[in-house]
Structure formats: structure tokens, C-alpha cells
Design a protein around this ligand. Structure first.
Ligand code: UD2
Length: 384
């Protein structure tokens, strides 16, 4: 009996000992890992941080900075995961209120003098192809905010008053609009009465003695503003030229994921006449036998997220060209055209949405909504 209870005690102690030993091995293994003595696959490390960043970007960022300075993180990965802004834009259903009465849409009758759809089935917006009241009612129920960027650098600040006053009259009326005015002369920004739901921010940017640089740097500045502010404040964004005025309704028919305007001077030209960048040395290069439409740099927009990607890519291409001492024929407009050739816009605005005051109205233009004013380039620009 005595002998057998001794055996029992021995077995019990043995089991306890084994558990203690296993516990020690387990502890020291993970302790070593935490101290970094065991080599860990760098990708695995990064993946872990990226994963955390999904849940708490700010917390993770601080933590990474403090304790993992030596972990190499791919710049693009950083941009797309750690520091990528969180966007508000979301695809929503097109919901119309019950019992809303409007003209019956026809399958057989409509505009026949213009193309209202691209070969990749994106709509081209012309007067007569949409019901303005219906489209506004649908989008108003979504309670959207539309950011609108405009640059007024140097003497271009003088165009702001007309731009803003006419925008208040015609541009996305009754929608929440946040204007972002980028200027080197904040004191000269006029005070314009804003309707309810509309707001203006002034952001100071450097001037330049080259208009080409002012125009081209817009991509970089818009990208940064989206990261810092706009991604939190808006669903859609439009980026517009300031030397222009609104003349008629510009409503929710213009909203889409990625929106571009067809240039008023080249909409009826063959593609080999488009003023794309034609030198293969530039990253904006488009061969003569390619191209859909020529898009103007004066108007582009869409979901904030999509425009963010557009500005980021164009900025990178502009910088790459600059390192190779090449400037595309029409600066950021050339890069925009290259981007949109391969990243097709989901909606195109007809030249009604960007006309030029010096052009006579052509028969297919039933209404001019937004138009560039006539200006004396030699007087207004910092260089000729
Ligand atoms: C065309 C494009 C423009 C841009 C430019 C590229 C059209 C109607 N416009 O316009 O969008 O792609 O070519 O070269 O297709 N700006 C200033 N201060 C300056 C110069 C420019 O603020 O000193 C800003 C301002 O917002 C202006 C915009 O840049 O509206 C474009 O400059 P522009 O209008 O002088 O260029 P333009 O008419 O050649």
C-alpha cells in the first residue's frame, strides 16, 4: 500500500515537472521572438503591421514610428495601407421617391445628333439626355458633399469673384459644396455670400514665375489636400479652372465615379489631331493611332478616392518627366489624357460643361453651362 502511494506521488511530480518544463520552453521561445533574436520574415512583420493599420491607422502609425524604425516598408505599400486616407465616397443605389411624377423616358426618341454613350458604355452628358429634376431629387436624398478645388495663383486671383458668384447661382445648387481655393494671395480672396450648406476654405500655396509650373503642380497639391482634409469632408470632388464662369445649370447629372470633360476645341477632330504628348520620352506619350477623346484639364472629378488615385499617378509621372528634363506639351493636361486613356472615365461631360467664350456656339451645343473667359495671356501670366 505504502509502496503504491509513493509511486502515485512520483507520477504526480513527474507530470507537474513535465508541465513546468513545457511552460518554460514555450515562454523562452516567444520571449526570444519578441526580443527579435529569432529572424522573422520581414514581409510577415509588415503584413502584421498593415493588418493592425486597418483597425487603427493613427495608433499603429505612432507605434511603428516609435518601435520599428528599422523595418523597411515599401513606399507604395505605405501609401496604400498605412497612410492612405479613409474615404467617404460609397456607391449608392439610384433611389427615386414613390409617387414622383415625371415625363416617361422613351426608348425610341432622343438626341440623334450626338453620341450619348462611349464604346465602353459610359454616358456622355448632353442637354436632352437626362431629366434635370429627377436626377437632382435622386442625388439630393443621398445628402452628399461635393468638394470643388480651384487655383487662383498670382494675378488669377482676380477671376475668383465671378467664378464663385456664378457658381453660387448655377453649380450644384441646393447641394453641399465645399470650395477649396488655393492661392498665394489669401488676402485678395473676395468675400462672396454663400448659400446654406456651402463653405469656402482658403489654402495658401507658393507662387511661381512659370505658369506651366502653377498649372502642373495642381496634381500634387490636390493629392495632398485630399489626404489632409478633403477625404474626410466630401464624397465627390470637382477640380476646375478659375478663369471661367457658370452660365446655366450644372447639376447632379455630372456626378460619377470618374468624370472628365471633352475639350471644346477638339471634340470633332480625328485622334491624330489631338494635342496629346507625342514624344515617347515622356510618360504622357500617346501614339498617333491611340486615343478616345481629348479631355480638358480644366474640369475633372469623381469620387474623392478615384480622383486621389488620378492625381497621385499624374503627379508621379510629372515628377518622373521632370527628372528626365522633359515637360509634356500641355503639362498636367497631357498626363491627365494619358491616365484617362487607360483608366476609362465612368462618365463624360459634353463640351456644354466647358466651352470657350471666344467660340461661337455650334448647333449641337444647346446650352453653355461653364465657359472659359477671354483673357490676355501676356498680361495675366507670370511668363509668356
Ligand atoms: C489649358 C487648360 C488648363 C490646363 C492648361 C495646361 C483648358 C480650358 N484649360 O488652359 O486646365 O490644363 O491648359 O497648360 O483646357 N493658374 C493660376 N495662375 C497662373 C496660371 C494658371 O492660378 O498664373 C491656374 C488657374 O486656375 C487656371 C489654371 O491654372 O485656370 C490653368 O491655367 P490657364 O487657364 O492659364 O491655362 P490654359 O488657358 O492654357
Amino acid at each position: 500500500m505504502r509502496f503504491s502511494s509513493n509511486v502515485k506521488l512520483f507520477v504526480l511530480l513527474l507530470i507537474v515537472g513535465i508541465f513546468l518544463l513545457l511552460g518554460y520552453v514555450h515562454y523562452s521561445f516567444f520571449n526570444e521572438r519578441l526580443n527579435g533574436d529569432i529572424p522573422v520574415d520581414e514581409d510577415q512583420r509588415n503584413t502584421r503591421y498593415v493588418h493592425y493599420s486597418f483597425f487603427n491607422e493613427r495608433l499603429n502609425w505612432v507605434w511603428c514610428e516609435a518601435s520599428n524604425r528599422d523595418i523597411p516598408v515599401d513606399e507604395d505599400q505605405r501609401n496604400t495601407s498605412l497612410s492612405k486616407p479613409i474615404f467617404r465616397s460609397r456607391v449608392q443605389n439610384i433611389v427615386s421617391p414613390e409617387r414622383l411624377l415625371y415625363k416617361q423616358p422613351s426608348v425610341l426618341v432622343g438626341r440623334t445628333d450626338v453620341m450619348a454613350v462611349t464604346p465602353w458604355l459610359a454616358p456622355i452628358v448632353w442637354q436632352g439626355t437626362f431629366d434635370p429634376d429627377l436626377v437632382d431629387i435622386i442625388y439630393k436624398s443621398m445628402n452628399l458633399t461635393i468638394a470643388t478645388t480651384v487655383f487662383a495663383v498670382g494675378k488669377y486671383v482676380r477671376f475668383l469673384r465671378d467664378f464663385l458668384e456664378t457658381a453660387e447661382k448655377y453649380f450644384l445648387v441646393d447641394f453641399n459644396v465645399r470650395y477649396y481655393v488655393f492661392t498665394d494671395r489669401p488676402d485678395n480672396v473676395p468675400s462672396v455670400t454663400m448659400s446654406q450648406g456651402r463653405h469656402l476654405s482658403v489654402i495658401q500655396v507658393p507662387g511661381s514665375n512659370r505658369w506651366q509650373e502653377i498649372s502642373a503642380r495642381r496634381m500634387e497639391i490636390i493629392q495632398t489636400a485630399i489626404e489632409r482634409q478633403i477625404s474626410r469632408e466630401a464624397d465627390y470632388i470637382f477640380c476646375l479652372d478659375v478663369d471661367s464662369k457658370f452660365h446655366a445649370r450644372w447639376g447632379a447629372e455630372s456626378l460619377g465615379r470618374l468624370v472628365a470633360v471633352i475639350h471644346p476645341e477638339l471634340y470633332n477632330q480625328p485622334r491624330d489631331r489631338f494635342s496629346y504628348e507625342r514624344r515617347p520620352a515622356s510618360t504622357a506619350y500617346i501614339p498617333m493611332d491611340e486615343g478616345d477623346y481629348y479631355y480638358a484639364g480644366a474640369v475633372f472629378g469623381g469620387f474623392v478616392e478615384d480622383v486621389y488615385t488620378l492625381t497621385k499617378v499624374c503627379r508621379k509621372q510629372l515628377e518622373k518627366d521632370a527628372r528626365n528634363s522633359i515637360e509634356a506639351a500641355w503639362q498636367e493636361e497631357s498626363h491627365l489624357n494619358r491616365y484617362l486613356l487607360y483608366n476609362k472615365p465612368s462618365k463624360l461631360l459634353s463640351p456644354e460643361y466647358l466651352w470657350q467664350d471666344f467660340h461661337g456656339k455650334t448647333k449641337e451645343i444647346k446650352v453653355i453651362r461653364f465657359s472659359g473667359i477671354i483673357k490676355n495671356y501676356a498680361e495675366i501670366r507670370p511668363n509668356v
